[in-house]
Design a protein around this ligand. Structure first.
Ligand SMILES: Nc1nc2c(ncn2[C@@H]2O[C@H](COP(=O)(O)OP(=O)(O)O)[C@@H](O)[C@H]2O)c(=O)[nH]1
Ligand SMILES: [Mg+2]
Length: 449
């Protein structure tokens, strides 16, 4: 995962808040220190980090609780919101439209990952049915055209270039003209990242801008730069009209948090991030989802949608009982049905905070459709009292149920064990919060909401 170390320390900071209570000034001070340390380790600028933790403190101690929300969860939400703010607040789409030729110019210093990123972006846009063409205007780097050609070919898009032509403006003009003629709707222009002199590079960039009138200029920033990214981004911004930023190499750098917040502070939104050398190591940047993921809160919105889609209905009294670990056989059936509707427990767990899966019994997760069917048949042979778990399943009852459902005594015992496991699992899930209902970290009672 991107920014693993930042995620780990932030996650342990908020887990502390969830497990300990009550939320008081001491706990908030501790949280503040933990977050501050984590942000500095990720190379976030010190004043940005202080601002985040001060806002977290001030809001945590003064804000009124929304109805039904416990204070520790509200605090986590504040942390989430404040971190999201420094990461850019919301997702910004690329500035391109159907029905016209969109020109995107990509700038940045040599080695930042421009050419690789252009390959990734072309691949991304091609999948969305855009007709993309790439133009190489880098006359400085040896093999620049071949590199772009290779990437373009892998992505399945056309590439224009001419290693013999040493005039970047001529290359750009010719490339754009040809691609316009052939009906491309997105033309991405790769540029040089180094000249003999920096002023020459800036001059060339300005000339290209004037000549091409790009719809968007994207600045590519190397994520391993950390907070230094700000200086670089501001210099480029001064020279041209940077519309957005792509931060690369966020795989395996501990400084990514710094690079992202530094880029955002220049006022240009980050639209994508690069997370590896491959064509698919690339994703649109959505601060909300990104922060949720690094905090280990899982992709809560997606999960909520899934839960809603599955429309699991259970009344509140039952939910309380279940969360205490008191299950009935009817609950087991509801559980099976919700699992089926949501595409299996494993899939859901992937969306949940990290570590959840380990708390659960494996046999429960890997339960096959056949076993579920078998258990359903067994339960359908039970009396109402048995289904409601109001009577103990004695030897004679087990024998009767097995006979009635056409299964074996072992099958019925297996179901009884599964129920016990499920009860244990529910107890474990609620344990860190001292018996209160709900799963730690989740703003709702999963999966019985
Ligand atoms: N690990 C990693 N490497 C990257 C990423 N993006 C680019 N690179 C590598 O960075 C180096 C420079 O990339 P290149 O596209 O040639 O940079 P340019 O000079 O700005 O065009 C190459 O070795 C790329 O494979 C990324 O997101 N992650
Ligand atoms: Mg290049």
């Amino acid at each position: 995962m991107v920014l693993r170390s930042l995620g780990k320390s932030l996650n342990s900071a908020i887990t502390k808040v969830l497990r300990r209570g009550p939320v008081d000034a001491d706990l908030i001070r501790e949280l503040k220190n933990d977050i501050f340390k984590a942000l500095l380790e990720a190379d976030v600028e010190i004043n940005v980090a202080s601002e985040v933790v001060n806002r977290v403190e001030q809001r945590s101690l003064s804000e009124k609780l929304p109805p039904g929300l416990e204070r520790n969860k509200a605090v986590i939400n504040i942390v989430y919101e404040e971190l999201t703010k420094i990461m850019g607040d919301r997702a910004y789409p690329l500035n391109i439209q159907k029905g016209k030729t969109n020109i995107i110019m990509v700038v940045g210093i040599q080695g930042s990952g421009k050419t690789t990123t252009i390959g990734k972006l072309a691949n991304f846009l091609k999948k969305q049915k855009w007709n993309v063409g790439l133009v190489c205007t880098d006359t400085w780097r040896p093999g620049a055209y071949e590199q772009l050609l290779q990437l373009g070919t892998n992505a399945g898009v056309d590439v224009f270039g001419d290693p013999k032509q040493k005039n970047a403006i001529k290359l750009a003009t010719k490339g754009v003209k040809e691609f316009k003629k052939s009906g491309k709707d997105v033309i991405i222009v790769d540029t040089a990242g180094r000249h003999k002199e920096e002023t020459e590079l800036i001059k060339e960039m300005k000339k290209l801008d004037k000549k091409l009138h790009p719809d968007e200029i994207i600045l590519v920033i190397d994520g391993t730069l950390g907070q230094v990214a700000k200086k670089q981004a501001l210099e480029f911004k001064k020279a041209t009209d940077i519309g957005s930023i792509i931060v690369t190499k966020l795989d395996g750098t501990a400084k990514g948090g710094g690079a992202i917040s530094a880029s955002v502070s220049t006022g240009a939104p980050i639209k994508f991030i690069g997370t590896g050398e491959g064509l698919d190591d690339f994703e649109p940047f959505d601060p909300k989802k990104f922060v949720g993921r690094i905090l280990g809160l899982g992709d809560i919105e997606t999960l909520l949608e899934e839960v809603k889609k599955a429309q699991i209905e259970l009344d509140e009294d039952r939910t309380k009982e279940i969360m205490k670990g008191h299950l009935t056989y009817r609950d087991i059936i509801t559980m099976f049905e919700s699992m089926n509707k949501m595409g299996g427990f494993r899939k859901i767990l992937d969306l949940l905070p990290g570590g959840m899966g380990h708390q659960l019994d494996d046999s429960m997760l890997n339960m096959s459709k056949e076993s579920m069917k078998k258990y359903k048949t067994i339960i359908s042979s039970m009396t109402d009292k048995e289904k409601d778990a109001l009577v103990k399943l004695s030897r004679t009852r087990i024998e009767r149920i097995a006979k009635g459902s056409g299964t074996s005594i072992d099958d019925v015992k297996e179901l009884i064990n599964q129920k016990k496991n499920a009860e244990k699992m529910m107890k474990q899930m609620t344990k860190p919060r001292r018996g209160k209902k709900g799963i730690p970290g989740m703003p709702f009672n999963f999966p019985f909401q």
